[in-house]
Design a protein around this ligand. Structure first.
Ligand code: B12
Ligand code: SF4
Length: 448
């Protein structure tokens, strides 16, 4: 069976290779199927996709992020129009988060929830054997116009089993490498995944990460991660690595082993981390092993807001962690959220004050938005589907009615910075705070 995996356009300056598709490509090849991967990020008008589709694939997979759901749906329609006989499978965070929501009108044949490394090869094998893809755990199948769900597939506890993502199967990998981010990481830079899962309970994110990757946090062997880094350096000239993990310092012992192995590679790296995984000793260990940049989801300087967001850390932990890394000379990027539920101007002042105290090197300020799959999204849907109104509801985007239209709503919300569905503080005031917060970054050139 010939398979093609498609990453629809992200329209983001941070065009990163689709690691999930590349892992699945590895597992498909291992199961005896061919797998090509393409990214529409560099494919205006689907010209490249057209060329690929001429090869008549038996199975075509399309990945869907909620905020790019329209692009994913477009890609499915495009494939269906050109290859009416191909089996089309959709998967990814959106499908995992909300199942068939927003997908009523797609012509996909199967949906996959959770990790695809084992589900997709099982599905393709079932199709190849003439079993029609029936009963494959982790899938939903279209039957007589409705979706039928099979049992979920538990995540494989051994991440090493998935091998390395096959970047050599991605026709646009050299273009991903050529994207310059203008950041301090030496280029070319690319991403890598060292662990999956997160123990956090942030309401604007979970339970999506648990639904995608399971409750347990799984870590790869640090030696194998370093081996992948050396492979990337020697094969593609990669000069630095951005870890895409949600919570790279999952435990101190593993984190320290990873530092030792990464130091041996001599390749600078950057991570995302929770503030409660950092202390001065770990910060030193990170700096000595070549970590040049660390992104913290600090979110707020108000304990009240942090608690309501389920962060399980307080303002002091934010400050101590960021300071420890600043002191070690690591570029600290603080991500904060404004317009969170129940947030007042006094809370925003506390966030501003926290940033003044730390002076991170760069700052990202996002409006709190309802990401499908998160607790906040469920709250948002309950409110927007309800008929009653109150002050907070007046600030919500219009109720959506048919679920299909939510796709456009997600997309427009992601595109506009000024959507603030959870607060009655005016956008003008929020924007003023945003400007003041950004002004607290050490390097104005690095503000985001
Ligand atoms: C790196 C990353 C990015 C990168 C690029 C993403 C990319 N090209 O894949 C960048 C920085 C660009 C990015 C941007 C954004 N991101 Co992002 N990102 C991530 C991150 C941290 C890692 C992605 C990754 O590689 N995962 C590892 C692989 C193994 O997992 P995976 O991609 O999900 O794929 C697996 C399964 O989903 C499934 N699967 C996926 N596709 C398909 C397709 C088929 C056919 C099948 C069968 C299975 C399948 O199988 C794969 C293998 O197991 C995730 C969090 C996370 N831990 O995953 C968030 C995440 C994907 N991002 C998210 C969000 C919200 C965003 C932003 C909207 C943030 C923002 N406010 O701007 C933007 C959107 C950009 C845009 N303009 O549209 C959400 C998505 C939520 C949702 N419901 O869609 C996530 C889950 C974070 C979160 N906790 O909420 N992101
Ligand atoms: S926002 Fe980050 S820390 Fe919080 S649960 Fe999600 S991945 Fe974990």
């Amino acid at each position: 069976m010939k398979t093609l995996l498609i990453d629809p356009a992200l329209q983001s300056p941070e065009v990163e290779p689709p690691l999930g598709l590349l892992y699945m490509a590895h597992m498909l090849e291992r199961a005896g199927f061919t797998a090509d991967v393409t990214s529409c990020n560099f494919d205006e008008d689907f010209a490249r996709l057209d060329g690929l589709l001429a090869q008549s694939y038996d199975v075509v997979g399309v990945s869907a992020l909620s905020f790019r759901l329209s692009e994913a749906i477009d890609a499915v329609q495009y494939v269906r129009a050109r290859c009416p006989d191909s089996i089309i499978v959709m998967g990814g965070p959106h499908v995992t988060a909300v199942g068939t929501e927003g997908l009523d009108d797609t012509t996909a044949d199967f949906l996959v929830q959770g990790e695809g490394e084992e589900t997709l090869p099982s599905l393709v094998a079932s199709l190849a054997n003439g079993e029609g893809g029936q009963e494959v755990p982790g899938t939903l199948q279209r039957q007589n116009g409705a979706w039928r769900a099979n049992p979920k597939r538990p995540p494989n506890p051994a991440l090493e089993f998935f091998g390395y993502p096959r970047r050599d199967f991605l026709d646009t990998f050299s273009q991903h490498l050529a994207v310059t981010t203008g950041e301090l990481l030496p280029e070319p830079c690319t991403t890598l995944m060292g662990s999956r899962g997160c123990a956090g309970k942030c309401t604007f994110c979970q339970p999506l990460i648990r639904d995608l990757f399971g409750n347990a946090i799984r870590c790869r062997l640090p030696e194998s991660i370093a081996e992948e880094v050396r492979y990337l350096r020697d094969t593609y000239g990669v000069a630095s690595i951005q870890f895409a993990d949600d919570m790279v310092l999952v435990n101190t012992a593993w984190g320290q082993r990873l530092c030792t192995e990464m130091a041996r590679t001599g390749v600078p790296w950057a991570i995302n981390a929770r503030v409660d995984s950092i202390n001065p000793e770990i910060a030193r260990c990170l700096a000595e092993s070549g970590v040049v940049k660390i992104l913290f989801g600090a979110e707020s300087g108000s304990d009240r807001v942090l608690k309501r967001l389920g962060k399980q850390v307080g303002r002091d932990t934010n400050i101590n962690a960021m300071r420890a890394c600043v002191d070690e000379g690591i570029h600290v990027r603080a991500s904060v959220m404004i317009g969170s539920p129940g947030e007042t101007e006094a809370d925003l002042d506390l966030t501003l004050d926290m940033l003044r105290q730390v002076r991170p090197h760069s700052i990202i300020v996002n409006y709190t938005k309802p990401t499908p799959g998160s607790g906040l999204y469920r709250q948002f849907v309950r409110r927007s589907d309800s008929n009653t109104t109150n002050g907070a509801k007046a600030a919500l985007p219009r109720p959506v009615g048919a679920v299909g239209r939510r796709a456009d709503q997600f997309a427009s919300m992601a595109a506009r910075s000024q959507d603030a569905p959870f607060t009655s503080i005016s956008v003008a005031v929020l924007e003023q705070y945003r400007k003041e917060m950004l002004a607290q970054a050490r390097g104005p050139a690095n503000q985001a």
